[in-house]
Design a binder for this molecule. Sequence first.
Ligand code: ADP
Ligand code: MG
Length: 221
Amino acid sequence: MVAELNTYDIYNIILHAYDLIAQNKDYLTNLDAAIGDADHGINMERGFNLAVNRLKSINIENSDIGSILTTVANAMLETVGGAAGPLYSMFFMNMATASSGKRSVDLKTLVVMFEQGLKGIQDIGGGTQPGEKTMVDTLYPFIEELKKLSANNNDINVAFDEALKAAEKGMLATVNMVAKKGRASYLGERSVGHQDPGATSMYLILKAFYDIIQAKAKERR
Ligand code: ADP
Ligand code: MG
């Protein structure tokens, strides 16, 4: 049972997210080449690289979860560029605000953090809803599942296991969608048949949470 995530867990999640993004840099860029301008993997790798470098130079012991996530948000805004830079920056900034001053968070708090993160994306993105072929198509069903499981369960491990499956389904569903937001929307119907790059990077970020949580669950057995 994983009842809470602490500052170190969040730090490890960001380091792992960087690894997953770096490993999939070309894949993300190729997805963006099909329906955008072939920069998404390059953008995301640059942002996480700066975030990780900054985090490695601070004392995690003296940090809280909010300040870790603020560092990520600032790196995204400064270096990612394009649409994804401000969108991911607001995502992490809102998550940071919801965990400000906290050194550990339980499942209920994690739900609020992700809900606020989604709200940040929607505020910046012009009210982005699921079905518009964006990162929201991965994040929205993830949160719905997390919320459902948090109603009568406190185990972060169980909740993220189910929620990641919903996120993957959401990501894969973007293949058949017509893009309504961002650069891909210029293609209209021609965007159909391609997986959305932002939905894919969001999946990798959520998978980073899942992987670290699974590792923590194993440690405790
Ligand atoms: P750009 O399109 O400026 O080159 P990126 O390639 O880095 O930026 O990011 C593209 C991704 O951003 C898309 O795949 C999509 O998931 C996401 N995106 C774009 N516009 C929006 C929006 N309005 N709301 C939510 N997500 C969006
Ligand atoms: Mg692009």
